[in-house]
Design a protein around this ligand. Sequence first.
Ligand SMILES: [Zn+2]
Ligand SMILES: [Zn+2]
Length: 267
Amino acid sequence: MVLQVGTAFEVKTPFSRILRLSATTANLKSWLNAGLAFVYPEACQLCGTNRAKLEDGLVCSRCWQQVRFIRPPFCERCGLPFEGEITTTFECANCREMELHFSSARSAVVAGGVVLEAIHRYKYQQAMWFEAFLADLFLREALPGLSGQKWDCIVPVPLHPVKEREREFNQAARLAAHLSRAANLPLNAAWLRRLIPTSTQTRLSRQQRAANMRGAFALADGVKLRGERVIVVDDVFTTGATTSACAKVLLRAGAGEVCVWTVSRGL
Ligand SMILES: [Zn+2]
Ligand SMILES: [Zn+2]
């Protein structure tokens, strides 16, 4: 399948999204919260002062302007932005130290400030309205970034079933679904399984993270790959240990190539 970016850009109203969410009791709380926005004047959920629209993820234009997009020059492999002028192909220390299995990784924005807050509240407090904001940032960069490239499908980084039951949704899968619709590429959210419920990795070194990810993922039963070119999607990219572990499983199972796209990137 040839990726045709820009076609089939499905515009869904946030309300239809909320209605879809409301199908599960899991998201009842967020539905009620979002419902309040129809009753009360909609205030930005980040600064709490300026007005914001639900279709913008309840993020005002002022907060939006604080987003830092990741632009070249950056590391060819992992997309780490590099300050200053560079004319040759550049690979960062992270990539030299780690064995990364994906061919390239790119992220839309820096995981800091308003973006980090939106991601944390989306993931851990079920502030589902931020999904429109995060998906917007993601598609703005990923669609032109993938333009002209040939990919077959999208695979989100899976959550461990225990964690997914707790959180009630997989943020990577939901954000990947936006890319799938916009880029007109199939979403294969059940190809990978997470075998180990890895705890937070924030205090771990690069090597520890990589070790932590060993054996964390497996191919789901019955999945057969025949050279597919796969885009792995996650919400945040830190060292690449998680997405690389996913890429490794997919490549061993027969994927032709694996690239990574994440909404944000920790610097
Ligand atoms: Zn604001
Ligand atoms: Zn790099």
